[in-house]
Design a protein around this ligand. Structure first.
Ligand code: UDP
Ligand code: MG
Length: 315
């Protein structure tokens, strides 16, 4: 490193109601970086927390020039918070991790080493899912199963624990979509990739901030952002239904002319139910894509910043 300027890593952490432990957690992360001789800045994004998170991180930013605190104007969700973090980061590479230390900071030196060896995206792969509730595990399984199949991108055991080179960040900033899915975007861009395994630790404090509704919303965003397969499914179903209709139509006509017309009533009811639900589902799917177009058309910003605290403006 002698002679040339040491490269700096930005550690981006979205924070939502983590006030109780955020200071300790971030000190822990800082210590690990210091010990490994990594030059770093911490970018903490307060995603409209309702507890004392903002007080804590703004104080940290005032005390330590390596800490940047950004407050969003309300709770936008983890994805927009991550975008805000990537926009505020100034390092030569960015590490994205959760505030609750479920992404073990002990892995940071290894990530940086892989990056220095030439990887442009260093991805954390979960070797186990830690202790999670059964219902959560089930949802996660369904969620990733769906996305893997639909998008052709392997999301299994992938995580948001990543290191991204400056080049990759700039590439991702060119992606204009309003509704983002970080994991999908960072997979889509490509680049030189390496991965490492990590064990998901237990949350240091509090509970997971993901409700079932949020998880479903994320699943829908993920699928609709990376594939239009559901729309093709509708067409496919329609074609199958059409063939069914021809067969049944012929049978119905035959019955009519043969004089047994009364009997087919069950079929009529079943068909009505089946076709009715198919149409509803299809309309729903089309509606989801329409909703996406509508949201993207509005072109609203991904997030709004209400305050930024950082000691040095540089570059
Ligand atoms: N988070 C956020 N905004 C939200 C929900 C969560 O910024 O609306 C942050 C949270 O503070 C944490 C990370 O996203 O740093 C992961 O959240 P959590 O631990 O609740 O999710 P899980 O680990 O269960 O996936
Ligand atoms: Mg967590």
């Amino acid at each position: 490193m002698e002679g040339e300027k040491q490269k700096r890593i930005s550690i981006v952490v979205p924070v939502y109601n983590e006030g109780a432990h955020i200071r300790n957690s971030m000190e822990y992360v800082g210590n690990i970086c210091d010990k490994a001789g990594i030059l770093y800045e911490l970018v903490l994004i307060d995603d409209g927390s309702k507890d004392n998170s903002w007080e804590e991180i703004s104080r940290m930013a005032k005390e330590d020039e390596r800490v940047t605190a950004v407050r969003l104007s309300r709770n936008f969700g983890k994805e927009p918070a991550l975008c805000a973090g990537l926009d505020a980061a100034r390092g030569d590479a960015v590490i994205v991790m959760d505030a609750d230390l479920q992404h073990p900071p002990e892995k940071i030196p290894e990530m940086v080493r892989l990056w220095e060896e030439g990887a442009e995206v260093v991805e954390g792969v979960k070797s186990s899912r830690g202790k999670e509730k059964k219902s959560y595990r089930f949802c996660a399984k369904v969620f990733y199963g769906m996305i893997n199949r639909a998008t052709g991108i392997d999301f299994d055991n992938a995580s948001d624990f990543k290191l991204l080179d400056r080049k990759v960040i700039e590439a991702m900033k060119q992606m204009p979509e309003r509704m983002t899915f970080f994991r999908g975007m960072s997979a889509w861009v490509g680049f030189e990739r390496k991965s490492f395994e990590f064990e998901v630790a237990e949350r240091v404090d509090g509970t997971s901030k993901w409700s079932l509704k949020r998880l479903i919303t994320l699943a829908v965003t993920a699928v609709t952002s990376y594939t239009s397969a559901p729309l093709h499914c509708i067409t496919f179903l329609g074609i199958i239904m059409f063939f069914g209709a021809i067969v049944l139509g012929i049978q119905t006509l035959y019955m009519k002319f043969a004089g047994y017309a009364q009997d087919g009533f069950t079929t009529v009811i079943l068909l009505l139910l089946f076709i009715g639900s198919m149409i509803m589902i299809s309309l729903g799917i089309i509606g989801i894509y329409l909703m996406k177009i509508y949201h993207e058309m509005k072109g609203r910003p991904r997030y709004l910043t209400s305050r930024v605290i950082r000691q040095k403006e540089e570059e």
